[in-house]
Write a protein that binds this ligand. Structure first.
Ligand code: URA
Length: 243
């Protein structure tokens, strides 16, 4: 793969835009200025490149974690708020990076993005969907009957099957964590409502065994490494029914 194709694959624009960057000395490889746009790479991934001072390692696929802030829509075409995609660099969008599932506008926490269709499918809609963990702030104090109801399964409005939480753990009087492995529309809010309570705050803390990194502030993102990608796909450890 030549340098032009490589930079295009990393989201740096059209052939002409990339050529411009190379010819005008914006591109460095391993810290060295590179002006030869025909330079060829046997293995094009894992190379440290800087473009106009942005340093990155070339990757076949992107895997990104964001701490989603409230008041952002998980959509390329938001209706009433800003889009989470506005928090990502333009070049990721040129690579067709998608959100891995959706979080509601008022839901915060762990949101993944990728351009790897298989990964997106495995996490969000495969047969063996990954377990998602949420921390829920409820309107009314929780009770053991409430947890039993969620764990035994609730019937959602407009559905003919019950859906059950995999686990529920009380955090304090009105807060609890809950794990689910399906991804129905507004699922946590609807399940909690069906069990006679109401979600006031919702924060996703984990997907599979991958926990939202504590250092990521709301609105911040970072790349996932290979181990973290695998952790997202691994079965969560605490799938117990206990409260
Ligand atoms: N369940 C919900 O109700 N909302 C979300 O954003 C995610 C899960």
């Amino acid at each position: 793969m030549d340098l032009i194709k490589l930079l295009r694959s990393q989201g740096f624009g059209s052939r002409n835009e990339v050529k411009y960057l190379i010819e005008n000395e914006f591109v460095r490889i391993n810290g060295e200025l590179e002006k030869d746009w025909k330079k060829s790479f046997k293995n094009p991934f894992g190379i440290e490149i800087s473009v106009d001072e942005e340093v990155f390692v070339t990757q076949e696929h992107l895997y990104i974690v964001m701490n989603k802030p409230a008041d952002y829509e998980t959509s390329h075409k938001p209706k009433h708020h800003l889009s989470v995609f506005e928090l990502l660099p333009e070049r990721f969008l040129r690579r067709n990076v998608q959100a891995v599932g959706r979080l509601d506008v008022d839901t915060t926490g762990l949101l993944l993005f990728s351009d790897d269709g298989q990964f997106i499918h495995q996490v969000s809609s495969g047969n063996k969907r990954c377990v998602k963990t949420y921390e829920v702030g409820a309107k009314h104090p929780t009770t053991s009957a409430f947890f039993e109801h969620l764990l035994n399964g609730v019937l959602l409005h407009d559905d003919n099957e019950t859906v059950a939480a995999l686990s529920c753990h009380s955090v304090d009087e009105c807060r609890f964590s809950m794990q689910i492995d399906s991804g129905k529309y507004h699922q946590v809010k609807r399940m909690v409502a069906a069990a006679s309570n109401r979600v006031e705050t919702l924060h996703r803390t984990a997907i599979g065994q991958f926990l939202l990194p504590a250092e990521l502030e709301a609105g911040q993102w970072r790349y996932l490494n290979e181990t973290e990608v695998q952790a997202c796909l691994s079965k969560a450890e605490s799938q117990t029914r206990t409260e």
